[in-house]
Design a protein around this ligand. Structure first.
Ligand SMILES: [Zn+2]
Ligand SMILES: [Zn+2]
Length: 226
């Protein structure tokens, strides 16, 4: 018997109570996902790929998430990021590890890289939520976590008016790599909290591939609805 990490109710079942578990999984009955970027497509859509991926495939192999960025999952992520509830990295990391373990397309990545925060942001927030998640996923799946390898040199400026590709290129220059030999020839699992347009993970993927990573796949807590 323990308390549910999300709602605090007493529960006999693991980390989340049955009610939170079923609320968290409700979307699976409603929305199909894009088999590449993992974002949710409209009800009843039967295509494999979302319009964006059809137009141009992202550089990462695949992206998957625990669920859409709404409802309970969104509230918990906001508490985790902005209210300093560090301990939420445990249940959230557990859910993320489950996503990776359940999807055979992830294969067996050798190294996990968290999406970095710019230094100023890190000061404001005291911790990088992606790093805490990456550690938890690494611990649960027995994978190496490479911290301080992918760095964000400055905060991103709003990029309205730029096309999708220009935005990636622009964003790519805000990231840098240290000790890049760690990722050379490796299959990298990139971890972040939320994927919305996919611009950030796309930019990180380009940087990692250019530095010699063999492949990059992406796992986030929440994803966008198209
Ligand atoms: Zn609960
Ligand atoms: Zn897609």
């Amino acid at each position: 018997m323990g308390r549910c990490s999300f709602c605090g109710r007493w529960s006999y079942r693991g980390i989340l109570c049955p009610r939170c578990t079923s609320a968290l999984e409700a979307w699976k009955r409603e929305f199909p996902i894009c088999s590449l970027c993992g974002r949710l497509m409209g009800r009843g859509v039967s295509q494999q790929l979302c319009p964006q991926c059809q137009e141009e495939k992202p550089p990462f192999r695949l992206a998957r998430a625990v669920g859409p960025y709404r409802g309970m999952l969104k509230d918990v992520i906001l508490d985790f990021k902005y209210k300093g509830r560090r301990s939420l990295s445990q249940p959230l990391g557990y859910l993320l590890a489950q996503v990776v373990a359940a999807e055979p397309l992830f294969g067996k990545p050798q190294v996990i890289i968290p999406v970095p925060l710019a230094r100023q942001r890190l000061k404001e927030r005291a911790f990088n939520q992606a790093e805490l998640l990456a550690r938890e996923v690494g611990r649960l799946l027995g994978l190496k976590v490479a911290e301080g390898v992918l760095l964000k040199e400055r905060d991103t400026v709003p990029q309205a008016g730029l096309g999708r590709k220009e935005r990636w290129i622009n964003l790519k220059d805000t990231f840098a790599l240290k000790r890049a030999s760690i990722i050379e020839g490796q299959d990298v699992l990139l971890v972040d909290d939320v994927l919305t347009t996919g611009a950030t993970v796309t930019a990180c993927t380009i940087v990692l591939l250019q530095a010699g990573a063999r492949s990059v796949s992406v796992a986030t807590l929440a994803t966008g609805i198209l």
